[in-house]
Design a protein around this ligand. Structure first.
Ligand code: PGA
Length: 252
């Protein structure tokens, strides 16, 4: 079994380099734990250098997005090559907060292709806004996965793409409001079924599936054994103590 994946999604935080240093120092105390995981931090771009140096011995850089352009001159864009040369190994693609800004499944599939071509692991995020009483959210997730992976060859995705299930209703809340373990287990099985229908069982069995949405030190214990291969952590990753507890639980 591969190592579990832990991705810290810092979003647009923290607000100062001093705070970044405090977090990194706190995480480095548990470097032995992080080495037993595939650990990534996706910081704001301004902190790429500090984070890359700070976690060099126990983790890797991730980006929170990837541009859709490769060639040419584009003001305001940090190119895939810059990200790559800084050591970015994984890119969060299709996060709900970017979809809310208008990002489409078509752009997401293009970004996944660009990441794969650049040797960066695409972490495709999917998640429904609300849980439908009749199970409508399952069909919504099926469509998101189908359209986001449309036009991409199975051979290119095999053991390379990672999927994060992040229900929007559970993001940025508290552990109490996160998903119930049984509902998460059901969704993981469903996502594997969708991948089997689209690409075959071998791809489904070899695709790592993460969960994100109010993962905290207090609920990790109940959701880590329901078939998930790791976690995408937002607010709890901005405090070294919380992330250290989450990481320690994952290797226990
Ligand atoms: P959260 O964020 O852990 O604060 O809910 C997760 C995410 O949006 O990736």
């Amino acid at each position: 079994m591969s190592k579990k994946i832990l991705v810290a999604n810092w979003k647009n935080h923290p607000e100062s380099l001093d705070e970044v240093k405090v977090i990194l120092k706190g995480l480095s105390r548990k470097s032995a734990v992080y080495k037993k995981l595939n650990f990534f931090i996706a910081p704001p771009l301004s902190y790429l250098e500090s984070v890359s140096k700070g976690i060099k011995s126990f983790g890797s850089l991730a980006s929170q997005d990837i541009p859709t352009v490769i060639e040419g001159t584009h003001t305001g864009i940090v190119s895939v090559n810059i990200l790559k040369n800084f050591g970015t190994r994984l890119s969060i693609i299709g996060h709900s907060e970017r979809r809310a800004m208008g990002e489409t499944n078509k752009e997401i599939s293009l970004k996944i292709k660009i990441a794969l071509k650049s040797g960066i692991i695409p972490l495709l995020c999917v998640g429904e806004l609300v849980r439908g009483k009749e199970g409508e959210h399952f069909e919504f997730i099926r469509e998101q996965i189908r359209l986001s992976l449309e036009g991409i060859k199975k051979a290119d995705l095999y053991k390379k793409v990672v999927i994060a299930y992040e229900p929007i209703w559970a993001i940025g809340k508290s552990a109490k409001e996160a998903i119930e373990p049984k509902d998460l287990e059901q969704m993981i099985i469903f996502i594997k079924k969708v991948l089997t229908d689209l690409f075959g069982r071998d791809l489904a069995e070899n695709t790592m599936i993460l969960y994100g949405g109010s993962v905290e030190a207090t609920n990790i214990g109940s959701i880590m054994d329901v078939g998930v291969d790791g976690f995408l952590v937002g607010h709890a990753s901005l405090e070294a103590g919380s992330l250290n507890s989450i990481a320690s639980s994952l290797i226990s």
